[in-house]
Design a protein around this ligand. Structure first.
Ligand code: ADP
Ligand code: MG
Length: 341
């Protein structure tokens, strides 16, 4: 398809405008890069695991600086699922080829893309329909696309299949609000003691067994919200107040050897008397927003770095006016539960 036709299609996707930052992934990026440039987009990163793709990009566009704020077409060679955080965030990620720039899977690449894109931005699958790819499930098309992104924080915005090209557009939600706040509460139980505390992020594990009904309606992943602890006798009033919380619902793929039940783990952003333990206490948590799906990190350092980013995002979202009404609802729910107890 011609550059101009691609530009027309790409322009329809949410948040694709001249000031956007774009990441273009995989073989066959050349027409997409040209179309993005035609739309005035100047900040473009091309990534692939295959060096030839990048060699071609460099030949076409020269090589802008690898770091810094220099505009232009830059390249990064590596597996897209391992894209360093400083390469993001982007407004749009475009996948151009069946390998999705990774040796893992299309699904993991999509997950990474959802986390690399800013809220409100989009992930595109855009490819010319050539003779060279009779790859099963690519382009994914309708049901394939739906299952590729099921459970990920994005929605199908549009899908166009033509004789010469395929273009699917997925939008990452502009805000991370849950439809309505969700109350989870129970006794703080012992976890697997895998050193959350040593990592500086203790997670109070709530006994998940009685929560099955509430959990059934929630995707696994990382949420943010408000927590209130029923403190032991004698603890200061401040400890019993409402505190911000980052909560993880799921199977902890980085440390789980497999076969362990899902957990609900709450990292409360408050210093309880110098990190005192409170096993056996009753903990109430209201989730108001969703941050990201659960991910498997290559090592603990990467996990810790991501947790720090999650904490920063939690602070930001909970202080944002766009979530103020949910915060008020959460406070009301916690007050009601406390007075009913
Ligand atoms: P476990 O594997 O048993 O859950 P962690 O290393 O995750 O152990 O530590 C969690 C425990 O740390 C909690 O159950 C709680 O008693 C204590 N703790 C102290 N401060 C906090 C906090 N701010 N957030 C969560 N838990 C905390
Ligand atoms: Mg824990």
């Amino acid at each position: 398809m011609r550059t101009k036709d691609w530009a027309v299609r790409l322009k329809l996707a949410p948040n694709v405008q001249s000031a956007s930052r774009a990441i273009v992934v995989g073989r066959g990026t050349a027409p997409i890069v040209k179309a993005l440039q035609l739309l005035g987009i100047q900040d473009i990163l091309v990534t692939d695991i295959i060096p030839e793709t990048l060699a071609r990009t460099k030949a076409d566009h020269g090589s802008a600086g690898r770091l810094g704020n220099e505009l232009g077409v830059r390249t990064w060679e590596g597996d897209f699922t391992e894209l360093p955080a400083y390469m993001g965030p982007a407004d749009v990620v475009v996948f151009c080829s069946p390998n999705f720039g990774t040796q893992t899977s299309a699904r993991e690449a999509m997950t990474q893309a959802c986390m690399t894109v800013r809220p409100g931005g989009c992930v595109l699958i855009a490819t010319d329909v050539g003779n060279d790819w009779f790859t099963p499930n690519f382009p994914p098309q309708r049901e394939g696309l739906a299952s590729l992104v099921a459970g990920l924080p994005c929605r199908i915005h549009s899908e166009q299949e033509g004789q010469y090209a395929y273009c699917a557009s997925l939008q990452v939600p502009p805000s991370y609000r849950l439809r309505s706040p969700v109350l989870l509460q129970g006794e703080v139980v012992r976890g697997f003691g895998r050193g959350s505390r040593q990592m500086g992020t203790p997670t109070a594990n709530i006994d998940p067994a009685p929560l099955q009904a509430a959990l059934a309606g929630m995707s696994k992943g990382v949420y943010f919200g408000w927590a209130q602890l029923v403190t032991p006798e004698g603890w200061p009033q401040a400890d019993a107040a409402l505190h911000k919380v980052v909560l993880n619902i799921g199977s902890r793929p980085t440390v789980n050897a497999g076969g362990e039940a899902d957990t609900v783990e709450c990292y409360i952003l408050h210093d309880f008397q110098g990190g005192q333990e409170f096993y056996g206490c009753h903990l109430r948590v209201v989730a108001v927003g969703y941050l990201r799906p659960e991910l498997k990190f290559p090592d603990l350092d990467a996990l810790v770095a991501r947790i720090k980013a999650d904490v920063a995002a939690t602070q930001l979202h909970l202080d944002s006016p766009s979530i103020a009404d949910h915060n008020a609802t959460a406070a009301a729910i916690l007050l009601k539960e406390a007075s009913a107890a």
